[in-house]
Design a protein around this ligand. Structure first.
Ligand SMILES: Cc1cc2nc3c(=O)[nH]c(=O)nc-3n(C[C@H](O)[C@H](O)[C@H](O)COP(=O)(O)OP(=O)(O)OC[C@H]3O[C@@H](n4cnc5c(N)ncnc54)[C@H](O)[C@@H]3O)c2cc1C
Length: 459
């Protein structure tokens, strides 16, 4: 059901989730206002409010397809602007703790480009809609209404300091990982929202490199899946739209990567395979390395509130922030907006639909949360709940599947579908995967130096 009854929608935060949500709301309301604290760049470039944009972003195919279903033509627009579609795993070499996954043919893909390009292309398409207005340099500082219903937001202009209240019939909060929406709800009388945190102290350091055009064309993407126990390091090397590589090294509590240029290279050499260090030492560094710490998992359990406040949906990182080394945040954000759209279509953008939409948003993040948290809970110094027998059993089986996936292409594909959030975790319980995983249980890891890495991309 699509209703346009003179209503006003308000979106707090003009990042990835906020812009997608504005597009969806605009189909149901006469006008939509996006409130964004930054000036939005008119070119593909990073900005202060999205500091993670300086770090490698790999967008899972499942998320890109969801975004394209919400904004038709978006996937083509991304690739026309230079984003690279890499077939996975044939164009992306994944190193697990048991060795490389075979670069087998499969119909999954990942999208690689700078985060600046990803956001700019989407903004460019969505903001052509005349129903949508963006208030830039404007910060949301609170919500208005009461515990029963949220009716608007308090805003502050960042240069003039002027304060206003903007009323709306339906509000989406998408203010990202630094969101304070739970603090904003407390003064309205909403009970404290239960929060779950699992923090393995993940930290990133990222540097850009210019390889030769041949190296850029021929080198597969590299994802060295962070090994939570042991030396706790991982790495990512991805091609960007402008002939550059983005290289990220990842460590967890106790082995955080340094950001000085020399130490960055040394840290890359200590990864479980030398390929990434060798490749970047043959390329020309562009600018200095940048760090990002405090990459924890945090989710607000709105579904546990006795009564959800009408008129408000919280989504994207504001609702669920994930350790980014699993590369799921964008896909979860797109799924959340799709879940909200399904409810708006069914019931209209009426305030009372917010609770149902919020529960659907929470459900859409469950698989990614479980994959990220189960793994991070293995870290000896993790801050979070104790490893339950159930999670131990799930991790044991996940390891068995991963080992089998290094040897059997059909298990590789099944595992990749789950990693890419294109299939539910339960798909790994299919008889073929179960049998292959337990048959391999006593086997030894493959030699990670004998790798399929140096096949050129697309070979
Ligand atoms: C280092 C790092 C690497 C990552 N790598 C990946 C990856 O490879 N793949 C992947 O899928 N995900 C990755 N992620 C996660 C991904 O970046 C997020 O999931 C995604 O940006 C969430 O979108 P969002 O719109 O919720 O938040 P954001 O995109 O961060 O947008 C939030 C917006 O709200 C604005 N804002 C904040 N507060 C206010 C306020 N009070 N008033 C007005 N505006 C406000 C900000 O300026 C910003 O524009 C990574 C994250 C990090 C930190």
């Amino acid at each position: 059901m699509s209703t346009k009854s003179g209503q006003h929608g308000l979106v707090l935060g003009g990042g990835f989730a906020g812009i997608l949500a504005a597009h969806v709301l605009a189909a149901h309301m006469d006008s939509v206002t996006v409130v964004e604290r930054d000036v939005l760049p008119s070119r593909p470039e990073p900005r202060k409010g999205v500091p993670q944009a300086r770090h490698s972003h790999l967008f899972m195919g499942a998320g890109a397809r969801t975004a394209d279903a919400l904004v038709p033509g978006l996937l083509d627009a991304w690739t026309e602007a230079g984003a690279q579609l890499l077939a996975a795993p044939s164009d992306v070499a994944f190193l697990t703790k048991y060795g490389w996954l075979p670069r087998t043919a499969h119909d999954e893909f990942v999208l690689c480009c700078s985060r600046g390009l990803l956001d700019w292309v989407m903004r460019d398409r969505v903001l052509r809609n005349e129903r949508i207005t963006v208030l830039t340099e404007t910060e949301a500082v609170g919500l208005t209404g009461d515990a029963r219903r949220v009716t608007g937001a308090e805003l502050r202009h960042r240069t003039s300091g002027e304060r206003t209240v903007l009323e709306a019939d339906f509000i989406v909060a998408a203010t990202g990982r630094s969101s304070r929406v739970d603090d904003w709800l407390a003064p309205l009388g909403v009970p404290r929202i239960p929060v779950e945190v699992v923090d393995a102290g993940t930290a990133y350091a990222t540097r850009l490199f210019r390889p030769t055009p041949e190296m850029h064309r021929d080198t597969p993407g590299i994802v060295m899946i962070a090994n939570v126990t042991g030396e706790a390091t991982g790495g990512v090397l991805l091609p960007l739209e402008n002939g550059l590589w983005t290289a990220t090294v990842i460590g967890m509590r106790g082995s955080e990567p340094p950001t000085s240029d020399e130490e960055f290279q040394d840290f890359a050499k200590r990864l479980s395979h030398p390929a990434m260090a060798e490749l970047i030492s043959a390329a020309t560094p562009q600018g200095t390395a940048r760090g990002f710490r405090g990459l924890l998992n945090r989710r607000l359990r709105f579904e546990k509130l006795p009564r959800h406040p009408e008129g408000l949906v919280v989504l994207g990182d504001a609702a669920c922030t994930l350790n980014p080394s699993h590369a799921h945040g964008l896909t979860v954000a797109a799924s959340a907006v799709a879940a909200m759209r399904a409810h708006l279509r069914r019931h209209g953008a009426v305030p009372a639909v917010a609770g149902r939409a919020q529960r659907a948003v929470s459900r859409s993040a469950v698989t990614a949360w479980q994959l990220s948290v189960n793994d991070d809970l293995r870290h000896p110094d993790v801050v979070g709940p104790r490893l339950s027998p159930m999670v131990r059993a799930q991790n044991y089986y996940a390891d068995r599947v991963m080992l089998a996936a290094t040897r059997q292409p059909d298990v590789t594909r099944a595992l990749l579908d789950v990693i890419a959030l294109a299939a539910p975790v339960t798909s790994l319980m299919r008889p073929r995967v179960l049998t292959a995983s337990f048959r391999n249980a006593g086997g030894s890891p493959t030699d990670s130096s004998a790798d399929p890495l140096f096949q050129p991309r697309g070979a």
